[in-house]
Design a protein around this ligand. Sequence first.
Ligand code: SUG
Length: 415
Amino acid sequence: MLTEINFDGIIGPSHNYAGLSRGNIASASHAGDVSQPRAAALQGIEKMRHNLALGLPQGFFVPLDRPDAPWLAALGTTIEGAENHLRAQAWSASSMWAANAATVSPAPDSADGKCHLTVANLVTMPHRSHEWPGTLAQLRLAFAHPAFAVHAPVPAPFGDEGAANHMRLCSGHDGAGVEIFVYGVGGGRFPARQHLDASKAVARRHRLDPARTLFIRQSDTAIQGGAFHNDVVAVANEHVLFTHETAFEDRDAAHAEIRAAFPMVEIVEVPASAVSLPDAIKSYLFNAQLVSLPEGGMGLVLPTEAQETPTVWDWLEDMVAGNGPIRRLLPVDVRQSMANGGGPACLRLRVVADPATVDPRFVADEGKLDRIAAVIAAHWPEAIAPAGLASAALAADVRKARAALLDALDLAELD
Ligand code: SUG
């Protein structure tokens, strides 16, 4: 039985604020802050517990080996010798944002009946461009079953940022869907990270039906306003598309194309007159997990920041008081990730699969989350200040912390 499983990236022990992502307002405004890796990772674990308690299947990915010494070696330097910007890029714990790990096309959408995953190349941002080899190794392990086809990245220079720029409409997760790839066009002060050629390549490799595949341009207004991924301004689940008015370059044409491809769609649009684009981006209202609840209806798992933004919360309360498809508002505290521009939806990769085909080492239950939390509490650094990135001792501690987690999860082969 195919079902949606959310795989969250466990927040790594090297989590820090280096201001590495141009165009990501939270990352820029928290540059140089002292991070709290232990608290960050425990917030992520609580989010997983929250979603498990809703009755939703939950999986996870482990952090990558950071600081990435082989990457620095390829650049002819070392952790001690690297210039500050390269050192920070080597340390980044950015693989926590699993929505950027890969693009996933569920089996019913593909001509060969397999669930396809293409690992994202993330070439636009140097600190993310070296994630894919470690992520690919993990995807190949978690999804080794023949029900899956796991692909290497689309070649550079075609930027691909994975599921953050991909939405799927369907009448049930286990049925055939319409896949929507949202791309950006460069030229402004902030980069467009998802290239149309990359999206098209992914769709071809996943053997999608062209009649059920759309390529829609993200609006320049959204990108230049700080929506560096589509999932900062829109999210879809089953027949519902929840979106800001400014998400797409040509709103009317985009909505018409979506309705033509999937007539059952219900578009829940937030007008800019009710919630401005800056409020939408600050609150991360759309970086929510829009989930189908086992008791029926849909819930929005959103960051507590949405609750603290009056225009946003007022609009949401009015919405759930009405008769729409989204029935429950479910705030979670992921502040440490949010300060780097990663909300609840960034932290997870959705995979539609039969849970029996997934390597059980990547599947969460309460007991396993307890064990992971214990490793985090014992080994994750409490705080990392910018100067800490130059410390060989801290680098060694971070490596030991990850090794302890791999050991606890019986995943030493990822070492
Ligand atoms: O790529 N932040 C990430 C946030 C990714 C959010 N993901 C989704 N929207 N799906 C990024 O900009 C900041 C790292 C730093 O500045 O230290 C960072 O990489």
